[in-house]
Design a protein around this ligand. Structure first.
Ligand SMILES: Cc1cc2nc3c(=O)[nH]c(=O)nc-3n(C[C@H](O)[C@H](O)[C@H](O)COP(=O)(O)O)c2cc1C
Length: 387
């Protein structure tokens, strides 16, 4: 049988060819063959791949110095039309074989390729952790210039003992068809928050550590990403509204609907079209913080009883705190009696983070703002007040 396309699947299971991961890949292979794809399954267990030594040579010089099978496997991934990463769950994560392979791919992970080849993430467990692992593998696909068309998960207690085997087979067929269509049509999916966050974070690191990350820096410069991330991902933001008139009419309609009216704007708004009841996005950190109680995600805040204290400096100079309890948040001026976490930040930094112009994690790691207390609560802010 001759095939028009090449797909490569990395299988991290030591059960080469007969394990549950292999059985799922066989389901994909059958449908992919009908779509004109040859699926090559690479068993990492059969490859001689040493542990990463953490020397950093790959991000400085551009290549790993260890001579083993890693490079050959990566080459196959980079040359394939479609890429599948598959691993059973071992202690809530991928297997050591898969992790060892991925660790050695660090250099590739810092250097986006812009190829956007369609891929799949596959994971099987005995009942705990397969969605987490598939999600992780889906994120990792980007390292090889791919993106996840979907995630295929299954639970199997014992060899071949899949829960709902027919459903697994049906899902495998659907995803194989989706994968094939994405390749044939050159499909791209919209960027995800993870894509944007990850590449902004890596870009920030590379810019700030240019001397150490020389190879990365040159790669980013060559692709023009340091200047325009939008150009690199080949997608840009569309304007929020077509025109100021359209936005104003939209706002008027929205307000009227909320007041049970006919769509006519209320008097105050009509009299003041420049400010039709909506103050627009916050222009200062204080405004932004004052609006936070209204933006609280009640589900994420359920059961929380915490106080965030913010000490803002620079363009604005104030201390305030935000108390979250019983699914509601209150903003108050001044320090809190017993804050759980204190964020000390220049106003422009916090404003840029809240507008997503600056990656929060990267800003923290590079010391643009400081935190005292429970760092985990800082990480929670996005879930509590993000979109
Ligand atoms: C060392 C080890 C760790 C495991 N850890 C988990 C686990 O955390 N959660 C789970 O549901 N199954 C776990 N399993 C079960 C495997 O994920 C499950 O048997 C899977 O179907 C094996 O796929 P394979 O046949 O392709 O290797 C573990 C198995 C082994 C050998």
């Amino acid at each position: 049988m001759s095939f028009q396309y090449q797909a490569v699947a990395l299988n991290g299971s030591p059960h080469e060819g007969f394990g549950n991961t292999s059985q799922i890949l066989a389901m994909l292979k059958e449908q992919l063959a009908e779509e004109g794809f040859n699926l090559e399954e690479i068993f990492l267990n059969q490859q001689q791949i040493e542990y990463c030594t953490g020397c950093g040579v790959c991000i400085d010089k551009g290549a790993c110095w260890i001579r083993d099978d890693h490079k050959g496997v990566v080459k196959k991934l980079l040359e394939a039309d479609a890429v599948i990463l598959a691993s059973p769950v071992y202690f809530r994560h991928v297997t050591a074989q898969m992790k060892t392979f991925l660790d050695r791919s660090l250099g590739y992970g810092h250097r986006p390729r812009g190829t956007w080849k369609p891929g799949l993430a596959v994971s099987v467990s005995a009942g705990w952790g397969e969605t987490e692992v598939a999600h992780y593998l889906a994120q990792v696909l980007g390292v090889y210039g791919a993106f996840a068309v979907g995630q295929l998960t299954a639970i199997a207690v014992g060899p071949g003992a899949f829960w709902g085997k027919e459903a697994v087979e049906a899902r495998a067929s659907d995803l194989a068809r989706d994968l094939a269509r994405a390749v044939k049509e050159g499909r791209r999916y919209p960027p995800t928050d993870m894509d944007l966050d990850y590449w902004h974070f890596i870009g920030g690191l590379i810019k700030e550590n240019r001397d150490f990350m020389q190879a990365d820096y040159e790669h980013w410069q060559k692709l023009g990403i340091l200047d325009s991330f939008e150009t690199f991902i080949g997608q840009s933001r569309s304007p929020a509204t077509g025109s100021p008139e359209m936005r104003e009419n939209w706002l008027k309609g929205l307000m009227a609907r909320q007041q049970g009216g006919t769509g006519e704007a209320p008097q105050a708004a009509a009299a003041n079209p420049g400010n039709p009841g909506n103050p627009g996005p916050p222009q200062t950190v204080r405004e932004m913080m004052e609006s936070m109680p209204g933006a609280l995600n009640r589900e994420a805040a359920a059961g929380l009883n915490v106080t965030y204290q913010f000490e803002v400096s620079g363009d604005e100079n104030f201390t305030a705190h935000l108390h979250i309890e019983d699914g509601t948040a209150t903003f108050q001026e001044g320090p809190a009696p017993q804050p759980d976490v204190i964020v000390r930040t220049p106003a422009d930094v916090w404003l840029a983070i809240s507008r997503r112009e600056l990656n929060g994690a990267a800003a923290f790691m590079t010391g643009k703002f400081k935190v005292e207390g429970d760092l985990g609560l800082l990480m929670k802010l996005n879930a509590l007040f993000g979109e």
